[in-house]
Write a protein of this length. Structure first.
Length: 216
């Protein structure tokens, strides 16, 4: 059943892109490659036969690890399997393939069509940060804020914003966001322990940074 759904979503995504724009042969090949990359990621990581239980260990993502970036977002969403949004599915395929600008272009179209789709905004923020080689740009920050406005209780927007801030060297801001998220997290949240561990590592990094600055 999982493969049937995956194939159907891929066909819908391909048809949607065909309707949105007219490209030459190279364009169609790029779209097909992105869809295949998304399906390949599902083949490697998807488990359609398992019950829909949340994961207790979120992959260790960085914005230089595209596959883990996508999987971490899916894990935080609490939704098993592939996204139901065909444009998000295709964008994930581009991200897994390292084509962050193409993913961002698709996701901009997606949020224009549905400005209240929190996961599309979150995916857009991630694609923009990855495209900027881990730096948090104003447009990425805007995307994260829109994701948080669309889903105030979702852990994904502050989780990834904190990650982007940390990787941009803004450790204090990252710590403030993650500490607030941890304080508000339900005790049984499957991502709580992972976040607490990340916060501890960030605290250790801040202490080392302060010691280095004091020794100058």
């Amino acid at each position: 059943m999982g493969w049937i759904l995956a194939a159907a979503l891929a066909l819908v995504a391909f048809a949607l892109i065909a309707w949105l724009g007219k490209w030459k042969t190279e364009g169609w090949l790029a779209v097909g490659a992105a869809l295949l990359a998304g399906l390949a990621g599902y083949a490697a990581q998807g488990r359609p036969g398992l019950a829909g239980a949340p994961r207790y260990a979120i992959p260790e993502p960085t914005f230089e690890n595209p596959a883990a970036l996508v999987q971490a977002r899916i894990s935080l969403s609490g939704r098993p399997g592939l996204p139901s949004d065909p444009m998000l599915l295709m964008a994930d395929g581009y991200v897994r393939n390292g084509q962050f600008a193409d993913a961002a272009a698709i996701l901009r179209t997606a949020v224009e069509k549905d400005p209240n789709n929190a996961e599309d905004w979150l995916a857009l923020g991630n694609a923009l940060v990855a495209h900027a080689e881990g730096m948090l740009s104003p447009s990425a920050l805007y995307a994260y804020r829109k994701a948080a406005e669309a889903a105030p209780q979702a852990p994904g927007p502050p989780w990834f914003l904190g990650l982007a801030l940390a990787q941009s060297g803004q450790f204090d801001q990252a710590r403030a966001i993650w500490a607030q998220l941890l304080a508000q997290a339900p005790q049984d949240a499957p991502w709580r322990a992972d976040l607490a561990e990340k916060l501890q590592r960030l605290d250790a990094l801040i202490v080392r940074q302060q010691a280095m600055e004091a020794g100058k």
